[in-house]
Design a protein. Sequence first.
Length: 118
Amino acid sequence: MRNFALCAPLICAFACPHDAVAQWVLPFDGRPVTARDVSGKTICWDTGRKMTFGADGRFINPRGRVTTWSVPEPGVIVTGYRRRQIEVLADGELHSHTYKVYRGGGDKNIDHWGKVCE
């Protein structure tokens, strides 16, 4: 019985499906976003929101508020105080994934897709 108690968590970690599996089993299908990918462009997201990344470093959010944007490292866009991890897919579409720890009820994995518009 003692051996089972020690082995059960290990067996479940490999045999039981969970959200973390998708992060290391699925192939990487994009590349990290760079400043060149968004500079001077407006991105239209699947939520209907638009974000404008000015070539001069100004960022206009969906509410019309102006702040700054930067890409401190490949794959990370900082707008004001918010950091987003974004990848560029093979077809040029942008993909943003976040995980909300304190999200009630539904799926804690949140994915959004955006395209350059205007």
